[in-house]
Design a binder for this molecule. Structure first.
Ligand SMILES: Cc1cc2nc3c(=O)[nH]c(=O)nc-3n(C[C@H](O)[C@H](O)[C@H](O)COP(=O)(O)OP(=O)(O)OC[C@H]3O[C@@H](n4cnc5c(N)ncnc54)[C@H](O)[C@@H]3O)c2cc1C
Length: 298
């Protein structure tokens, strides 16, 4: 980690909350569901669909995990009531994976069952490598009972190609990402180009099995390579979409939208935004660099 990044990380916890809030406003919709819904409504008016995320992870208490599931159900109800083209995306340890895998399954199933009659979808997110197998087991159980669930897979991990081949037959909906967690070199690619190559290899396997795809990246070179793979497999526009993080490389969203691709924007919100953002930056200092570059560009 560079000296500059280390200095930024040391200073950030002492930056007054209102200033942090101003920096974060680009990436985080606010503290309340109402603020997130406002942002989602604006994005929809500009031609973008959305994914809603309640910030948080690593819940160690069952009642808190149950409260998180309830908050997601309420959010889904509100999205449907306002006829917004948005769905919820939930981190496994936010609904108790680190307490008990069965609890995480129960709560995901509860959210999926709530979303189904609303015509809504539920994305199971992927966290760091130690939680990956548990997350995939929960997802495979969910797939048996619910058709409105999808998963996230990370090209950074060596095992992802084998994981794709191990998924049970049948329709599958995957958000393919590079992976935000910096994993050790013994289990993951650590350099940019091998992560991109692995992304394309994973995409190839997913296309072969006809997966519905979300290409979640702001790497335009990679996106162009991905589109070539989709074209080779004769993917239609309704079988895939680009997904982007709120506030990140908006010029790409409009470029893709104008070219006729669907673009869905990830909208995180929640009272936990400050500790969550600090934790994320400490775990992956590259984010500090991204944010600083964005600020100076502005
Ligand atoms: C919708 C969505 C959902 C995701 N869900 C998950 C998940 O469940 N699990 C998981 O492990 N990862 C997830 N990720 C993160 C993903 O794994 C990558 O870490 C992230 O997208 C950065 O990789 P990139 O492909 O955009 O390429 P990079 O090469 O990292 O970024 C390309 C360019 O985009 C800009 N950029 C990228 N990220 C940021 C940022 N945070 N802030 C400011 N600028 C930035 C920079 O200008 C950078 O040069 C998600 C990403 C998206 C878009």
């Amino acid at each position: 980690m560079g000296l500059f990044t280390r200095a930024v990380l040391a200073v950030l916890p002492h930056v007054p909350k209102p200033i942090m809030r101003r920096i974060a406003a680009r990436y985080i919709a606010g503290e309340t569901l109402d603020e997130a819904l406002q942002r989602i409504t604006q994005l929809q008016a500009s031609g973008y669909t959305t994914v809603l995320d309640v910030l948080g992870e690593g819940i160690a208490d069952e009642s808190q995990a149950r409260a998180v599931a309830k908050a997601y159900c309420e959010a889904a109800t509100e999205l449907a009531r306002r006829k917004l083209d948005a769905y919820v995306s939930v981190k496994p340890t936010h609904v108790g994976l680190s307490i008990d895998e069965n609890l995480a399954y129960e709560l995901y199933a509860q959210i999926a069952a709530h979303c189904a009659p609303l015509g809504q979808f539920l994305r199971v997110e992927m966290e760091d490598a130690p939680t990956k197998d548990g997350t995939l087991r929960v997802f495979e159980r969910l797939r048996h009972t619910h058709t409105n669930v999808g998963i996230v897979l990370q090209s950074r991990l060596f095992c992802t190609k084998a994981d794709i081949q191990r998924l049970a037959p049948g329709p599958v909906d995957v958000r393919l990402v590079k992976g935000i967690y910096l994993e050790p070199a013994s289990i993951a690619h650590t350099e940019a180009e091998p992560i991109r190559v692995a992304y394309i290899e994973c995409l190839e396997l997913l296309c072969q099995r006809g997966a519905t795809l979300s290409l979640a990246t702001h790497d335009d070179g990679l996106a162009a390579r991905a589109l070539t793979v989709l074209a080779k497999h004769a993917y239609r526009r309704e079988q895939y979409e680009f997904q982007t993080l709120m506030g990140v490389r908006e010029e790409l969203w409009s470029k893709w939208k104008d070219a006729g691709h669907r673009v869905r924007v990830y909208v995180p919100f929640g009272p936990e935004w400050r500790p969550y953002s600090l934790r994320r930056m400490r775990k992956n200092p590259q984010i500090v660099g991204h944010v600083m570059r964005q600020m100076f560009r502005l």
